[in-house]
Design a protein around this ligand. Structure first.
Ligand code: KG4
Ligand code: ZN
Length: 341
């Protein structure tokens, strides 16, 4: 290992994924995530169960990440951890663990904003992918957030649009639940949508100002539509499942793309990225590529492993903060809300 090399350990525990990653400069050596199946039977994340599962998973996940990276704990220069936003009980586990490890190893701590990290995942070294040029516009779509982010510098981001109610991931998960799909419904709805007709059913799109989003109306619209159809055909969902998935997905993507195009035009930006769990959606990825071609955008789509929650994105954000000399200390505590910018 060269003397100038920097090794950063990333720790992520904001929701229901426990993850540890080892970053050497801008290259990921390992990124290990334990997802929590326990929430499936409850149809959503149960905070108390998530916190308990993080406690069980965090040591084995760290061990696996260090082993896979081929380093020893003593090689780590700093620990970057998610301080927020997220579920308080989940954040406490990752934060306390990181603080204890930093004391034990006598190395600095770096606190990371989870939403900033989703965006900065685009700066992880990847020979198959170009990094975004600055400034760029990022549509961050996850289970808890939907944001249009103007990235002026890696550590200088401005949220120019956000959801006024549900996040895009919630729209996927809640409508999937109405169709009887298991939690989290987004990935399954995506899979079934690929076999369906996106224009078969139409759902209302919200009228929201500027670059903001709203998704709670879609859930109500789908619910009322299904209730009406099931009155005459109790097997309506079963018989139309693929088309329902495709039509719901099509509506969500149209809403997202409309605002993304509007914001890109307004800010005169052609460097466009997506991030967050919903950026794994095949329909959204395809729509972005298609629109990008038409509008001459340079499009940035994350690798699947960096879409949903992961510690690699926390580690790369930690590296940017390390370069600027921004650290925290043992007095740090998690925060459920943490506005970007
Ligand atoms: O970023 P993430 O892992 O966690 C949060 O920070 O919230 O995002 C999770 C969200 C869930 O709502 C999940 O259903 C959604 O991302 N998701 C998808 C797909 N994969 C994950 N939604 C649609 N299509 C997918 N392929
Ligand atoms: Zn996330």
């Amino acid at each position: 290992m060269g003397k100038e090399d920097v090794i950063i350990l990333g720790i992520e525990s904001s929701c229901d994924d426990t993850s540890a990653a080892v970053l050497k400069n801008e290259t990921i050596l390992s990124n290990v995530t334990a997802s929590q199946a326990i929430h499936e039977e409850w149809g959503g994340v149960v905070p108390e169960l998530a916190s308990r599962a993080h406690q069980q998973n965090i040591v084995p996940v760290l061990d696996a990440a260090v082993k896979k990276a081929g380093i020893s704990l003593e090689d780590i220069d700093a620990i970057a951890f998610t301080r927020g936003p997220g579920l308080m009980g989940s954040l406490i586990v990752g934060t306390s663990f990181s603080k204890a490890l930093s004391l034990a190893l006598d190395i600095p701590l770096i606190d990371v904003n989870h939403m900033q990290a989703h965006v900065l995942a685009h700066f992880i070294d990847d020979p198959s992918k170009e990094k975004p040029n600055l400034p760029f516009l990022c549509l961050t779509v996850s289970g808890g957030h939907t944001q249009l982010v103007l990235v002026e510098e890696p550590l200088k981001m401005k949220v120019i649009g956000t959801t006024v109610d549900d996040a895009a991931g919630e729209a996927f998960d809640k409508t999937a639940k109405l169709l009887g799909l298991p939690y989290p419904g987004g990935p399954m709805l995506d899979k079934l949508a690929q076999k369906g007709k996106p224009e078969k059913f139409s759902f209302t799109k919200p009228k929201i100002k500027e670059f903001d989003f709203s998704f709670s109306g879609l859930k109500t619209n789908v619910l009322q539509f299904l209730q009406k159809q099931e009155k005459t055909n109790p097997n309506f969902i079963e018989e139309n499942l693929n088309d329902l998935c495709a039509s719901i997905q099509h509506t969500i993507i149209e809403v997202l793309m409309e605002k993304l195009v509007k914001a890109a035009k307004h800010h005169n930006i052609q460097e466009i990225a997506i991030a967050g769990g919903v950026s794994a959606n095949s329909g959204l990825r395809a729509a972005l590529l298609e629109k990008g071609k038409k509008l001459n955008w340079k499009v940035h789509i994350p690798k699947f492993e960096y879409c949903t929650d992961n510690a690699a994105m926390i580690a790369i954000t930690g590296k940017f903060l390390w370069d600027k000399g921004v650290f925290t200390d043992q007095k740090t505590s998690p925060t459920a809300r943490w506005k970007l910018g």
